[in-house]
Design a protein around this ligand. Structure first.
Ligand code: NIG
Ligand code: FE
Length: 383
């Protein structure tokens, strides 16, 4: 990872026009000069996996966990994703948008400039569309670059109990066409896990989505390996996410592929489950991305600096690896690495300013303290 000293960046409109070191070229023209002497500029964080749009926090379930219930037991008792889905049905589009807007602006203050947001708390055509429309409104109004993912197969709604295949048919035959009709999603996702959707059911959804031009970013290997990694790599998944449970053959297969491996260490911390084998994946040649998984059930923190801290202390990444995972590789996990994720000529002018007293290592070291002094997105100072 190159580090430029005594550098300057020329920004025109929303992009980086030129980057250089030392004196500015003599013929340089600019309207405004901002002195960053002594400070450090980093690319803004890219959070490539979130469930930012949701209707209510689930502190009550947290209390249940603290009294000894597991995530699976809470889900079986009607909590979990279905709890969020019930609340989602009741919330209006305006309420959801207002909440999501607040959450997103809190993330920007912590340095996030790009985010992927999933549906998946709707679990009916109407409510999935409602979530996706909220994401679209955020896309239109926010300086944050946003990608949208359709996650209709996130959990089985109560009324489909014992009829998983019927629900998969609904996702494929009714939801997908409706989502595509309004161009509401960039990607498709499925929760491929015991008690949720099998490998076959997941593959059916992903294959069907291909016909609508939606590539896959998938929840796999969180609690169990259902053997999804090979077939999903082979079908061209852009990213495979979670990956807390992997055997060596799976690590190797994913590492040798073009699919991005996305670790969500905030989920490991909150649920007290194992961490994605990030060190092993990188050593075998994988492109590893770090994301927050921000959601009310398994990962309530949207703090990318904390994810870098966990990646270093728990997954044994080096500081530079954690930064690349939290920026450029996250951008690649949304097919945005030509535009975002690093400070390079032609890319969007999205950067963070660190004050003089901190170094790059200060970010993971301080475990989520917000050290960022200023945030620029698309050339404008936002924070
Ligand atoms: O990424 N794993 C599945 N989905 C979310 C959790 C959703 C929830 O509990 O509300 C996740 O961890
Ligand atoms: Fe998730």
């Amino acid at each position: 990872m190159p580090i430029l000293k005594n550098a300057w960046i020329l920004v025109a409109d929303d992009r980086i026009k030129e980057i250089g070191v030392g004196a500015l070229p003599e013929d340089s023209r600019y309207d405004e000069a901002i002195d960053m002497e002594g400070k450090k500029l980093l690319p803004a964080f890219v959070d490539s996996h979130s469930h930012l749009v949701y209707a209510a926090n689930r502190e009550d379930e947290f209390a249940m966990r603290l009294s000894g219930k597991s995530y699976a037991e809470i889900a079986e008792a009607g909590g979990g994703i279905l709890n969020s889905a019930r609340k989602m049905t009741q919330a209006s589009e305006e309420e959801l948008l207002a909440d999501a807007r607040k959450r997103l602006s809190a993330l920007v203050k912590m340095g996030t400039g790009t985010i992927e947001i999933k549906s998946g708390y709707g679990l009916s055509t109407e409510t999935e569309l409602k979530m996706l429309r909220v994401i679209r409104k955020l896309q239109a109004e926010s300086p944050v670059s946003i990608k949208s993912t359709f996650l209709g197969a996130h959990a089985l709604p109560e009324e489909y109990k014992g009829r998983v295949d019927d629900y998969i048919n609904l996702v494929i035959e009714e939801m997908l066409p409706a989502v595509a009709e309004e161009s509401l999603a960039d990607y498709v996702d499925v929760f491929c896990e015991e008690g949720y959707f099998s490998l076959d059911q997941s593959m059916r959804v992903l294959e069907a989505a291909k016909a609508y031009g939606l590539s896959a970013k998938v929840h796999v290997n969180q609690f169990n390996s259902l053997g999804a990694i090979k077939p999903m790599v082979d079908m061209g998944a852009v990213s495979l996410d979670h990956l807390e449970v992997m055997d060596d053959a799976e690590v190797e297969y994913l590492a040798e592929s073009q699919t991005i491996a996305t670790a969500l260490p905030g989920c490991s911390l909150f649920l007290d489950i194992s961490y994605t084998p990030g060190r092993k994946l990188i050593d075998k040649g994988a492109a590893l991305a770090l994301a927050t998984d921000l959601n009310p059930g398994s990962a309530p923190s949207g703090n990318m600096a904390l994810m870098m801290g966990l990646a270093c202390s728990q997954m044994k990444l080096r500081t530079e690896e954690a930064l690349v995972a939290a920026t450029l590789n996250g951008a690649a996990a949304m097919e945005l690495s030509d535009d975002l994720g690093s400070l390079e000529q032609g890319k969007l002018a999205n950067f963070l300013v660190l004050p003089q007293e901190f170094t790059l290592a200060s970010i993971p070291y301080h475990m989520g303290h917000n050290l960022i002094e200023e945030v620029y997105l698309k050339g404008n100072k936002i924070v």
